[in-house]
Design a protein around this ligand. Structure first.
Ligand code: ZN
Length: 433
């Protein structure tokens, strides 16, 4: 039995609206009641820190970590952005090596910014590529660094049959003998999801849905950014959500990312279907897609998580920075979201959309994924509410210490599980920049 006690925190955020002081006790990777026998325990000093659950990035495209700030990809409509990104992928040659190196960099960045679980919606599958090898490379990067990964076998104009066969092979290779899509230790999850109705036909949704049903996987897609709405209108004369509903993709096991352009009537239909949502303002705002009406989605009863989306649009995988942005821009589309609620999006909301109620909270029985945020520095001086200050004050804040499943992976702001300089060097070497 291994016991860890996190001691002396200014505040411990257990879940939305549940903030306390006192110790956090961990036994064998699980949060337990703080009254546990602490003799022989590893003690982690949290003096001056707010302790939260590890953040859950519900929507990322880790491959794009290798393609940040590319010339010709900023300030342009998505119709031009997509081919610009596609030609960069083609030039670099997406294979298991690049997938693994980009994932290592993106996951290291995640851990160093307090994100302990990343949903990687992988959308780039060149014809004839070793798709199982690519998925294995991303999974190996996560295992090596000690991050939780949700590998989403996406599709973007892939042949529907090939995409489904690949998804089937990936789930068998990554999670042999597992039903429900999550490994026994909870460190790896597999899901499926086409990029959206703008890129994939009904057949792809149907066939990937069959793989999901067979293996009990979650389904994820993107909906109602500008180009999605435009193309749905041009190609089908419909709204994206009409199509998703007809295709059986508005359901409790589905999470929709973006949702910038939704009507009140559509929000009602989304809520009735049990679907969940992922807000990604760090992508939607710079791309000019708009701001998802999170207040109205939450009020209607949807679980809403937070994601960064990929480096091709966001350029960063810093979820707390995007939580701050979510809070700031929320006032443009309704009443402002309080910090405590936005923190809940980035933790419980994201976890719930992944079907992972053990993640994103610090209650007895929760997975011991947590961050220590030092709030004692000058950038926090004068802050009245240390939990609200986590988001409002000190933009770009990084955690001092990060624990995943009871294991220390970041301490003193440094990655303990790999050499950060090597991760950077290897990715640059591979993409020759
Ligand atoms: Zn996205």
């Amino acid at each position: 039995m291994s016991t860890m006690i996190v001691r002396g925190a200014v505040a411990v955020v257990e879940a939305e609206g549940r903030v306390r002081t006192g110790d956090v006790a961990i036994v064998d990777g699980v949060i337990v009641d703080a009254a546990v026998d602490s003799s022989g325990a590893t003690t982690v000093d949290a003096t001056g820190c707010v302790v939260t659950s590890g953040l859950v990035n519900a929507h990322h495209h880790l491959l794009q970590t290798a393609f940040r700030t590319l010339p010709g990809t900023r300030g342009i409509p998505m119709r031009e952005w997509l081919p610009a990104m596609a030609s960069a992928y083609a030039e670099a040659g997406v294979d298991p090596e690049l997938t693994g190196l980009a994932a290592r960099a993106g996951l290291a960045e995640a851990l160093l910014s307090g994100v302990t679980t990343v949903a990687d919606h992988h959308l780039t599958w060149p014809r004839g590529a070793d798709t199982v090898g690519m998925a294995r490379a991303a999974a190996a990067a996560a295992a090596d660094l000690g991050a939780r990964l949700v590998f989403v076998r996406g599709a973007a104009r892939d042949d529907p049959q090939e995409a489904a066969a690949s998804a089937e092979a990936i789930v068998r290779a990554l999670l042999p003998g597992v039903h429900g899509g999550v490994s026994d230790d909870g460190m790896l999850q597999v899901a499926v999801g086409p990029a959206g109705v703008h890129s994939d036909p009904r057949e792809t949704f149907a066939l990937l849905g069959e793989v999901a049903e067979k293996h009990g996987l979650r389904r994820r897609t993107q909906a109602n950014e500008v180009v999605d709405v435009e193309i749905a209108r041009e190609r089908y004369g419909r709204r994206p959500l009409d199509l998703l509903e007809e295709w059986g993709w508005l359901a409790p096991d589905v999470t929709l990312a973006h949702l910038c352009d939704v009507t009140d009537a559509e929000i009602g239909r989304l809520a009735a279907s049990g679907v969940s949502a992922t807000h990604a303002p760090g992508c939607d705002v710079p791309m000019g897609w708009g701001v998802a009406p999170v207040r109205r989605l939450r009020d209607a009863g949807l679980a809403v998580g937070l994601g960064t989306s990929g480096g091709g649009s966001n350029d960063a995988g810093h979820l707390l920075a995007d939580a701050r942005l979510a809070m700031q821009v929320s006032a443009l589309v309704g009443s402002q979201l309080p910090a405590s609620e936005v923190l809940a999006l980035a933790t419980t909301g994201s976890a719930d959309g992944l079907g992972r109620p053990e993640l994103g909270r610090l209650m007895p029985g929760s997975a011991a994924d947590l961050c220590l945020w030092d709030v004692s520095g000058v950038a926090n001086a004068g802050v009245a509410d240390p939990v609200a200050g986590l988001l409002w004050a000190a933009p770009g804040r990084k955690p001092r210490t990060v624990v995943v499943g009871g294991r220390l992976v970041v301490d003193d702001g440094r990655l303990l599980t790999a050499d950060e300089d090597q991760i950077v060097a290897h990715l640059y070497e591979r993409v020759r920049r």
